[in-house]
Design a protein around this ligand. Structure first.
Ligand code: NAD
Length: 433
């Protein structure tokens, strides 16, 4: 099939690359000419495992093309997939301005029978709204399909190729079947529904996962108070099939480009319809609290942090990505510097993105060694694999004090216990002193 994808961010690019890999002829369009020129050279603008290999392979095979021209990209396409951003507005609702613009950009090039798919995460009612915008502009009926995306950054290619389900929200059966046909080689279960339920499935899924994280974080805080171990508790809970093991890792809160904004957008939708979804308010406030727990633990340990040198390991909101959007490291760095601490941070891939958001209030270094050198304490903020394998005994000798606050419970306790004099403060478990 001939497919056009608007937006070459995490979702659009992964989708475009994977659809070309399964044999479709794909043109990816973006308004960012720098992104497009890098992509034309086979360079991925984002860090995502496996993406660049498939990018080079499929551009080489002539199945994947990149352009900034909506006309060139969209003309002749049987399916147009919109995967532009839907960031948070100041009032918590979803900002649909990129989507509205994308609708205008394609409307001049829609032909009879062209299917428009909205893959971006959009509030209930948006597919109907965008359909109207396009139809008013192009003066013909448009076949819309709502097809929200569930990939995770850090495993976007794997998740696209091995999705748990594909949601197809539709009004027009022919359009729904064609989109199902597009995905057929992936052999993923498809759920057909209406626009509104499809839109709601995406928000309900993310809000549920975010709530699961906040729930286990509250359990973690209670475990610390009562002398229980949250990892054992999560293991014991997770073996129950009704609960499941995923998303029961206690830590320093969720971040990223989706959970924070999607929970707020769902709350905003509830408000608009007069529904008091108070549980979501708690999910958000627990998460805000949790982003500060490492700093609180450090204050408890040191009294005050003024003049203390804190090494931070890990900056993005999770490993295997360089995405810094809503990463807990932002709050942590800000709180530490506000309290007068000197912060030295290391991340294997996220430093460039972090500089754009956190700025020069902290120092960025290029090795774990430089981050711990002379530090009063070490904060582990992102659980990169390389941090779990550290030679702790020799690293601790480089620190002023061998004190670790592990926001991801990613260090093995046996290895900690082998180090002399170490102080280790995990989340939801007893400290090792
Ligand atoms: P992103 O910000 O990384 O990328 C969006 C891209 O769209 C940018 O490159 C931008 O330049 C481009 N763009 C904007 N307007 C355009 C236009 N008119 N024409 C062509 N390109 C245009 O966004 P993302 O993280 O890929 O997310 C996209 C959507 O998917 C959002 O609604 C998001 O909530 C949802 N989503 C994201 C993830 C994720 O893990 N990032 C997962 C599932 C769903």
């Amino acid at each position: 099939m001939k497919i056009a994808v608007l937006g070459t961010g995490y979702v659009g690019l992964s989708t475009g690359v994977c659809l070309s890999e399964i044999g479709h002829q794909v043109t990816c369009i973006d308004i960012d000419d720098q992104k497009i020129s890098r992509l034309q050279q086979g360079i991925s603008p984002i860090y995502e495992p496996g993406l660049e290999t498939l990018l080079v392979k499929n551009t080489g095979a002539g199945r994947l093309i990149f352009t900034t021209s909506h006309k060139d990209g969209v003309e002749g396409a049987e399916i147009i997939i919109i995967a532009v951003g839907t960031p948070q507005r100041p009032d918590g609702g979803a900002d649909l301005s990129y989507l509205e613009q994308a609708a205008k950009d394609i409307s001049g090039h829609i032909e009879k029978g062209t299917i428009v798919v909205i893959k971006s995460t959009v509030p209930v009612g948006t597919n109907e709204y965008i359909k109207k915008i396009i139809e008013e502009k192009c003066n013909k009926e448009v076949m819309m399909v709502s097809n929200p995306e569930f990939l995770r950054q850090g495993s976007a290619i794997h998740d696209t190729m091995n999705a748990d389900r594909i949601i197809i929200g539709f009004e027009n059966k022919e359009a729904a079947e064609k989109v199902q046909e597009m995905y057929r080689p992936l052999q993923v279960p498809v759920i057909f529904t209406g626009f509104r339920s499809s839109e709601m499935i995406k928000y309900a899924s993310n809000a549920f996962l975010a709530t699961k994280i906040s729930f286990i974080n509250e359990i973690a805080n209670l475990c610390e108070a009562v002398g229980a171990d949250v990892e054992d508790v999560a293991k014991g809970m997770g073996k129950d099939k009704r609960i499941g093991e995923a998303f029961l890792q206690a830590g320093i809160g969720y971040g990223g480009s989706c959970f924070p904004k999607d929970v707020k957008a769902l709350l905003h939708t509830a408000g608009r319809y007069g529904v008091n979804f108070s549980m979501l308010k708690e999910t958000i406030s627990i998460n805000d609290f949790q982003k500060e727990v490492l700093v609180k633990k450090a204050i408890k340990r040191f009294g005050e942090l003024k003049g203390k040198k804190i090494g931070i390991l890990g900056l993005p909101f999770k490993p295997e990505t360089d995405d810094m959007r809503e990463a807990p490291s932002i709050n942590i760095a800000q709180s530490l510097t506000n309290l007068g601490a000197e912060v030295v941070a290391y991340d294997p891939v996220g430093t460039e993105q972090a500089k754009k958001i956190i700025g020069d209030t902290i120092q960025y270094v290029s090795s774990v060694f430089d981050a711990v050198l002379g530090a009063d304490a070490l904060f582990i903020v992102t659980e990169w694999k390389e941090f779990t394998q550290l030679d702790l005994a020799s690293l601790m000798k480089k620190m002023k004090y061998p004190i670790i606050f592990d926001g991801r419970n990613c260090l093995e306790e046996d290895r900690i216990r082998q180090c002399e004099k170490i102080e280790y403060y995990p989340i939801g478990k007893q400290s090792i002193l």
